[in-house]
Ligand binder design. Structure first.
Ligand SMILES: *[C@@H]1O[C@H](CO)[C@@H](O)[C@H](O)[C@H]1NC(C)=O
Ligand SMILES: *[C@@H]1O[C@H](CO)[C@@H](O)[C@H](O)[C@H]1NC(C)=O
Ligand SMILES: *[C@@H]1O[C@H](CO)[C@@H](O)[C@H](O)[C@H]1NC(C)=O
Ligand SMILES: *[C@@H]1O[C@H](CO)[C@@H](O)[C@H](O)[C@H]1NC(C)=O
Length: 385
């Protein structure tokens, strides 16, 4: 097992090197293969409808730019995970919590807005990573048992069930951690928050190991973005020191430290978990690039946002109904493509697309593999289990 893993990484290493020097046409000329399914875990950055299903509809103008309606996403259009599934020629992911019209043949989305890695009381959502993994285990158990029954009794629902053999060939994606840091920052100093990072990473590791035990083999892990650049936090902490780009310096220092420890842990897990591949994706640098190069990329002000809530701050994007029945609407903004931030917290579709492109071509991944090509390697790995 150790030898095959070693050989695998040699191959990976060589591919990674040739990848960098090869042209895009050469990548395209190689036979592409697709992951048969994607299972995603995270917070609102990749929630495709869980909050809408569980708590209350994400209101318009969310979704207007692409879906023409609110589509359960906190953005004017598609999220990074939508661009990933598009690239893999898979359908958009159905939230696990959706009970109507769900199709899980090509994966499911466990990401829920407001979620943290750790189950802290202060977190906005109770669907923390551990809960999301429990949901996945229930999902898999139910699928395996129903799949057998459907052969005989209920063939009509077979088309929307995940295929049991796809669980170990699927791509498992993660985008979570931003809320652990942003919430911790409300009442902790930079040092206190930094001291809490190992425990957050430990919870993350537990989740990965549980999924591995369930047969997951290919993991794509997004690090956390420059949280200190989120417009709503900049408004909330006017007196906090800024860095050279105008972001909250202590919070970005914490995000950088979190990412450093995450990267280190992923490298350890790659050695520890046989026949698996964990990819570390530097979303921080891709988002930071948008902020630093905002003007060149056609964004007006990196800290301005498009959909300004009727009640002031971020998250107010859309309709607000007060207990006394008064309805307030936020401005549905024009020129959406000029904004990195859609609502003060979440990225606009334009920003999501730019980040997704960097993820998909492998340029911010370690090892540096385009998402579409990585599955070829997974097939080889899974074959050896
Ligand atoms: C911050 O608040 C949370 C709960 O709201 C609490 O558990 C934690 O101990 C607090 N941390 C500090 C350093 O006060
Ligand atoms: C499904 O059926 C197969 C073949 O009959 C059997 O090996 C497997 O244990 C069954 N799985 C479940 C979860 O019932
Ligand atoms: C209802 O409540 C909101 C928020 O407290 C307030 O702004 C509004 O004026 C109230 N409307 C009425 C009709 O009392
Ligand atoms: C997926 O992304 C890769 C890398 O950027 C690109 O070469 C390819 O054309 C994309 N495929 C689809 C179907 O979008």
């Amino acid at each position: 097992m150790a030898t095959s893993k070693f050989t695998f990484f040699i191959i990976l290493f060589l591919l990674g090197l040739t990848e960098k020097s090869s042209t895009a046409s050469r990548i395209n000329s190689r036979k592409s293969c697709n992951f048969p399914a994607v299972y995603n875990f995270g917070d609102s950055n990749s929630d495709t409808g869980a909050i809408s299903a569980a708590i209350g509809e994400v209101p318009p103008p969310n979704g207007v730019a692409f879906f023409g309606r609110s589509a359960g996403r906190h953005s004017d259009g598609r999220l990074i995970i939508d661009f990933i599934t598009e690239n893999l020629t898979l359908p958009y992911l159905t939230p696990y919590l959706d009970s109507v019209g769900a199709n899980y043949r090509h994966g499911a989305n466990f990401a829920t807005g407001g979620s943290c890695i750790r189950p802290t009381v202060a977190c906005f959502s109770q669907f923390h990573l551990g809960t999301q993994v429990s949901q996945f285990i229930h999902f898999k158990t139910r699928t395996l048992s129903l799949y057998n029954q459907t052969n005989r009794k209920t063939p009509f629902c077979k088309g929307v069930l995940a295929r049991p053999k796809d669980f170990s060939k699927a791509l498992y994606t993660f985008d979570i951690g931003q809320n652990d840091l942003a919430i911790g920052f409300q009442n902790m100093t930079e040092e206190q928050l930094k001291a809490s990072i190992p425990a957050i990473i430990e919870s993350f590791t537990t989740a990965i190991k549980l999924l591995y035990k369930e047969g997951a083999r290919f993991f794509s892990i997004h690090n956390t973005g420059p949280t200190g650049c989120l417009p709503y936090l900049l408004k909330s902490f006017p007196a906090t020191p800024r860095d050279q780009y105008g972001c909250l310096k202590p919070l970005n220092n914490v995000a950088i430290e979190f990412n450093k420890q995450l990267k280190q842990k992923i490298s350890e897990l790659n050695k520890e978990l046989p026949s698996s591949l964990l990819t570390y994706v530097d979303v921080y640098s891709a988002k930071n690039h948008l902020i630093i190069k905002a003007k060149n990329l056609g964004f007006v002000d990196p800290f301005d946002y498009c959909c300004v809530g009727a009640v002031g701050r971020g998250m107010g994007c859309g309709k607000t109904i007060f207990p006394n029945g008064t309805e307030l609407y936020s401005s549905s903004c024009q020129n959406r493509q000029n904004f990195i931030s859609w609502d003060g917290i979440h990225c606009s579709e334009t920003a999501n697309m730019l980040v997704a492109n960097r993820i998909l071509d492998g340029s911010i991944s370690n090892p540096p593999l385009p998402t579409q090509r990585a599955c070829k390697l997974t097939e080889n790995v899974v074959g050896k289990i």
